[in-house]
Design a protein around this ligand. Structure first.
Ligand SMILES: [Ca+2]
Length: 417
């Protein structure tokens, strides 16, 4: 046989094999093609400044404005720290960056952010911030017209880290003068690997006219959440006048969302692998971390926690499994999107999802529909945004805003007219 005919036979055999493979995996090939098409369309759509998302109940108009110009060289990929936090006052929207610059969103349409003078430079000790330390919460208190922020503190001399609260009068949102008011106990470290500041919690809201609630994460300290002498892995109740504090609930890991709806308290909890929780927070209850959880650690250490049920500890209201990288939660409490009234919006982060990002958990806004007593989640709708959502704020007029980290942006959610 000549070399030519041998090559021809080899070619034919390879061709037949290829046809056979294509035929056997026809469905898979087709779905990959479709998926790529779907992904490309979605991706192009999501790159626009304004676009439509069709959700189950509404066609929503999503508007997106870059906030890179008000961030000081913020890059999520290099420092992993929170981009910042939102809150509102009489339908005015405010944003504090992770490093403490304070803005009013003056004109969203034209990306105008008005900087508000403040003294946070002298309060935050930013020079002492290590790793991803930052502001952890912004709360504008309508009970007594004050602004509260929480942030991670670090004292290099004593090798201490923890959470701190500062407050300012509203002062008409000009020249805010914050004063440091409260610090959680020192977490002593020998080197920076001894603590994880990403697991700091730090969400702050008013419980009543007199009291604040603050979530404190476990900073990855062993068993600190079950120790009643420690401020961490808890929800703390704090007196707004003298800043005396006590434990409201315990056994938490890292709760980055906290909200009150119809006199019930809800918190999100960044759990281990496959265990992001929504909890109904009740005074003196223990939520079980790190004894019980619905997910193992990322090292798949199945023996470390009780994973079957919660034994005598309080069960979560809902668990996202696989985890979505749960962050802020807010209830939609307006008739503007009437069919969403009473639903919880959940921010999710997570960013390790590669090419087919929209098929994976996270990078989305989730809408949870509750039963009429708000004690049970009936369903969860995923609204894919394609970025890490850190914080959500819903204005009294029903407009929804949220802030993202990979391409730092402020988003507005409105009805597609
Ligand atoms: Ca919020």
């Amino acid at each position: 046989m000549s070399i030519k005919s041998r090559a021809l036979i080899t070619f034919i055999i390879l061709f037949v094999i290829l046809i056979f493979i294509s035929f056997s995996f026809k469905k898979e090939f087709k779905s990959i093609l479709n998926l790529t098409k779907f992904y490309t369309i979605k991706k192009l759509n999501l790159y626009k400044d304004n676009y439509k998302i069709d959700t189950v109940l509404y066609d929503l108009k999503i508007s997106k404005r870059s906030i890179n110009n008000i961030l000081n060289k913020y890059n999520y990929y290099t420092n992993n720290s929170p981009v910042g936090y939102l809150d509102s006052y009489n339908n005015r929207l405010f944003f504090i960056t992770g490093q403490g610059s304070f803005y009013e969103v003056d004109d969203f349409q034209n990306s105008k952010f008005k900087k508000i003078k403040n003294n946070l430079n002298s309060i935050l000790n930013k020079n002492n911030f290590v790793k991803s330390m930052s502001v952890r919460s912004l709360y504008i208190d309508k009970y007594n017209d004050k602004i509260f922020i929480s942030f991670t503190y670090h004292e290099p001399e004593t090798k201490c880290v923890g959470l701190e609260i500062a407050e300012s009068n509203l002062s008409n949102f000009t020249n805010l003068q914050f004063m440091s008011k409260f610090k959680t106990q020192c977490i002593k470290y020998d080197n920076f690997n001894d603590f994880n500041e990403m697991s700091s919690g730090g969400k702050l809201i008013s419980l009543t006219e007199k009291y604040l609630l603050l979530t404190t994460g476990d900073f990855w300290q062993n068993d600190i959440s079950q120790n009643d002498k420690k401020d961490y892995g808890k929800v703390l109740i704090i007196d707004k006048i003298n800043y005396n504090h006590s434990i409201f609930s315990s056994g938490h890991r890292n709760q980055q969302g906290l909200t009150i709806y119809k006199d019930k308290i809800y918190a999100s909890e960044h759990g281990p692998r496959g265990g992001d929780e929504i909890n109904s927070i009740v005074k003196n209850e223990n939520y079980g971390w790190p004894v019980v959880a619905y997910g193992p650690t990322y090292k798949k250490d199945y023996n470390k926690y009780y994973l079957k049920d919660h034994k005598e500890y309080k069960e979560p209201l809902f668990v996202f499994s696989p985890s979505i990288g749960i962050s802020d939660i807010e209830f939609y409490n307006s008739d503007y999107l009437e069919r969403w009234n009473g639903d919880m919006l959940v921010a999710s982060m997570k960013n390790n999802t590669g090419m087919l990002r929209q098929l994976n958990p996270g990078l989305s806004l989730y809408r949870l529909k509750f039963d009429k007593n708000h004690e049970k989640v009936l369903y969860s709708e995923k609204i894919f945004i394609d970025d890490r959502i850190r914080d959500i704020e819903i204005l009294d007029n029903g407009l929804i805003f949220f802030v993202t980290e990979e391409n730092p942006s402020l988003y507005k959610v409105d009805l597609m007219q």
